[in-house]
Design a protein around this ligand. Sequence first.
Ligand code: IMP
Length: 192
Amino acid sequence: MSDLLFATNNPHKLREVQDIIGNEFRILSLKDVNIRDEIPETCDTLEGNAAQKAWYIHEKSGLDCFADDTGLEIDALDGRPGVFSARYAGEGCSFDDNIDKILRELSGLSNRTARFRCVVCLILQGLEHFFEGRIEGVITHERKGRDGFGYDPVFLPVGHLQTFAEMPTYLKNGISHRGRAVSKMMKFLRKA
Ligand code: IMP
């Protein structure tokens, strides 16, 4: 089994990706390789940030690795929070602060369509490769469910009756932006 280092400090993402990849590869966390840095994320595109995170960790570790960057794009907000999804309500804000802000901004609006878009950058033998996954949905009027993280309690994927936070993880992973992007990476790795 090959090792692949996942450049993230987010334990929720690590768990999701380990579940998606299963036993085909062993996913190493930054803890496993003793890297405790804040990873820089200063670009203004998902592609740019995913590459910045992956190259930063590749240069520190010397290992093949990948990183993801995700944005929630809300149509009525002209695609915001997008690449600013993590700190939408300000520096040091919580997931709840971010949700409160989008619910406030959408209040009274009937168009609540949105999508999660995830870009994975894989550094394999010194070369970068990109994979994208997206899932369309709507923003609910209130929080529903306790699982997941981030905006999951207010994201209802199209064709489903449960928000991401109400679904069992395997169901979220089967349809999510991250699940789709990581599955594309797996397909590529099987042939590499
Ligand atoms: P990141 O920059 O890729 O870490 O993601 C930015 C922000 O998007 C995170 O802080 C979360 O608030 C949100 N986010 C990323 N992935 C998900 C997800 O799968 N569900 C809900 N929110 C997410």
